[in-house]
Structures are given as C-alpha cells and as structure tokens.
Design a protein around this ligand. Structure first.
Ligand code: HEM
Length: 179
C-alpha cells in the first residue's frame, strides 16, 4: 500500500508522466465515446468503393472526413487507404483525426498525434531511423488488413498511374481467341 503510494507520487512528480497520463486518458475517452452509436440514428451506410487511383498530397487533403460524402483517406508509407470505416478514429473529433487526409507515416513512426509532427510538404521520411521505418511498415501492414488500398501517394512531379489502362492490359480477355 505504501509502495503504491510511493509509485504514484513519483509518477506525479514528473511532468512528462503527468502529460502522458493525460494523453492516455484523453485518447481512451475519445475511443470509448466514439464507439457508442449515436442515439436514435442508424449508422451511415457504407460508401461505394473508390476506383483505384493515385493522389497528390493536395488531393489527399480533400478527404479528411469533412467533405459532403464524409470519406476519410490517409497515406502510410506511400500507400493510400480508405479508412472511412474507422471514422470514429480518424473523422472530425476522433482521437487520430490529425491523420485524416494526410500522410500519417511520420506521426505513426514517432507515436505522436501532434499536428506539428506532420509536414505540410511531401515527406520522403529519409531521416527516420530503421526502428521508426519498421514501425511505419508495421502500421502499413496493419491498416492494409483492415482497410481498402486505393492507390499511391504521389511524390512531387510523379505521374499518376492509369489503372484502367493497366487493368485492361493485364486482365482483358484475349480478343484474338475464338470459340
Ligand atoms: C497513449 C495512449 C494510447 C492509447 C491508450 C491508445 C489506445 C488505442 C486503442 C484501444 C486502439 C484500438 C481501438 C480498436 O481497435 O477498437 C487504438 C488504435 C489505434 N491507435 Fe492508439 N492509443 C494511444 C496512443 C496512440 C498514438 C500516440 C497514436 C499515433 C501514433 C495511436 C494510433 C492509433 C491508430 C492508428 C490506431 C488504429 C485505428 C484503426 O484501427 O484504424 N495511438 N489505440
């Protein structure tokens, strides 16, 4: 009992601990509150799947959940995911809304939901160390298991892939064949 009190007072003596504890309480509150279905309202019907396409950083910004459709996209490690299903996390007022319509890689690498961590310009992540890059790849893997992959996040000057042409050339039936 005395020990527990000692641990608590030591924890509270350090302002970083108090700050982290505050962050934990805040995020848990946001997650728990976000899970409750709104009283008297049916959940929104799922949106139509987006056709495969690439995005510039500016184009991605449009999809922060505040648009008419309410769609939310985010990028991790150069891949864009449709995380609308996770709107409780990423939508306006969600605990991770800072990632909506953005490249979330650096925030995820640094385990930070601070607005300041995410860069306004294209982020090539070159300065991240191997541990941080590993974390980015783990998040990429985790999100890819849960959400639809829409396309690539384009580097400045990079051309968008024409996925329709790509699909036609790879998936079109052989028109020379007759049966
Ligand atoms: C410090 C206290 C934190 C707590 C207690 C916490 C708690 C949680 C919980 C419980 C979930 C799973 C919710 C579910 O699947 O139902 C979750 C998911 C998640 N957390 Fe945190 N989290 C914290 C910090 C952070 C930070 C700092 C970041 C940013 C890097 C972060 C990013 C995420 C992401 C991206 C998800 C996945 C959401 C999804 O499935 O789309 N968390 N968190």
């Amino acid at each position: 009992m005395e020990n527990a009190q000692k641990v608590i007072s030591e924890l509270m003596a350090n302002p970083i601990n108090v700050g982290l504890l505050g962050l934990i309480v805040f995020l848990v509150y946001k997650i728990v509150r976000g899970r409750r279905p709104p009283v008297g309202l049916a959940p929104d019907p799922p949106l139509a799947k987006l056709k495969k396409q690439d995005f510039t950083l500016e184009q991605l910004r449009e999809f922060d959940g505040t648009g008419a459709e309410g769609r939310v996209l985010l990028a991790v490690n150069g891949r864009v995911f449709d995380v609308t299903r996770g709107k409780n996390f990423y939508g306006p007022n969600g605990p991770y809304s800072v990632f909506a319509g953005r490249d979330a890689s650096r925030g995820l690498a640094m385990f930070s939901v601070s607005e300041d961590v995410i860069r306004e310009e294209y982020d090539d992540l070159q300065d991240l160390d191997s541990e941080q890059m590993e974390r980015v790849r783990e998040w990429e893997q985790q999100l890819s298991e849960k959400y639809d992959h829409v396309g690539k996040l384009l580097r400045p000057g990079e051309q968008a892939t024409d996925y329709e042409v790509e699909e036609e050339t790879t998936a079109a039936p052989d028109s020379t064949k007759s049966d």
